[in-house]
Design a protein around this ligand. Structure first.
Ligand code: GSH
Length: 267
């Protein structure tokens, strides 16, 4: 049996849901509301000491780290394959998944909290918010996340170095545009874990009403995203799990943030 501990707006959890969906696998979900602090439950942290989602449990075996989970699923359930057939293709694929984990993901957390999540978690009230921020373990999304989350929640777009996050994100879209000139998918002729890794991050910008970051000047990314969205696994994995009020927060607060984001990108 496959069990997934996940959350509706988590990019890493969406990545795993998409891999499960592409493989048409049945799974049982355990919803962890990371904007209410459910990830800090000591019982959950026994499975995932960084207090992050996702966590997969397969026949009693617990596995963390979304990219490792996706590779594991592709080995255990090889059809349809989500890795290129040749070693070079797999190397290209892993360069994408590594860059997503090391660079894009920490910046995605920053832009999401600066643009939207900080308004959502403000509803916890002053005491609830203080408890939420204090509960993040010393090593979480990144080794700096405990402090960085506090700064971004408090200062929003005035947080030091916040422009770095948006510029790095923009750089990933530029890199995608370049790659998609060479091949239909990010690591060659077939859709792979590279595309699955990038899908939640492009979707995040879309949900934040920031799709102009590619629709205005990146036709190949636009076309790639249309092809991704047309896949049957997309809607259930990426959109349906996000509760309507959270979808609404992302859209509304994101749209309010967009003029500031545009200014940071142009500076
Ligand atoms: N490297 C981890 C990162 C997981 C991660 O950062 N998850 C985020 C949601 S996408 C989370 O649970 N954040 C909880 C928090 O910010 O307290 C993975 O790929 O699974």
């Amino acid at each position: 049996m496959l069990e997934l501990f996940h959350h509706g707006s988590s990019v890493c959890a969406a990545k795993v849901r998409l891999a499960l969906g592409e493989k048409r696998l049945e799974w049982k979900g355990h919803y962890i509301d990371i904007l209410k602090g459910e990830q800090f439950d000591p019982e959950y942290m026994k499975r995932n000491p960084k207090a992050v989602v996702p966590t997969l449990v397969h026949d009693g075996y617990t596995i963390v780290e979304s990219t490792v989970i996706c590779e594991y699923l592709d080995e255990i359930f090889p059809e349809p394959p989500l890795k290129p057939a040749d070693a070079r293709g797999r190397a290209e694929m892993r360069l994408w998944t590594k860059a997503v984990d090391e660079l894009l993901h920490p910046m995605c957390a920053e832009i999401t909290f600066a643009s939207s999540h900080r308004h959502t978690i403000a509803r916890l009230g002053p005491d609830g918010l203080a408890k939420f921020l204090a509960s993040t373990p010393p090593i979480s999304v990144t080794p700096e996340w405990h402090e960085r989350k506090k700064v971004i929640v408090t200062e929003g777009f005035k947080a030091p170095r916040i422009e770095r996050a948006f510029k790095l994100y923009d750089g990933f879209l530029a890199k995608m545009e370049g790659q998609l000139q060479q091949s239909p998918w990010l690591a060659g002729d077939t859709m792979s874990l590279a595309d699955i890794a990038m899908t939640p991050y492009v979707t995040r910008l879309d949900m934040l009403s920031m799709s102009e970051m590619w629709t205005a000047q990146r036709p190949r990314v636009t076309d790639w995203f249309e092809r991704i969205k047309a896949r049957p696994a997309y809607q259930p994995a990426l959109r349906d799990w996000c509760p309507p009020d959270l979808t609404n927060d992302l859209r509304t607060f994101g749209a309010q943030s967009w003029p500031e984001v545009k200014r940071l990108l142009a500076a």
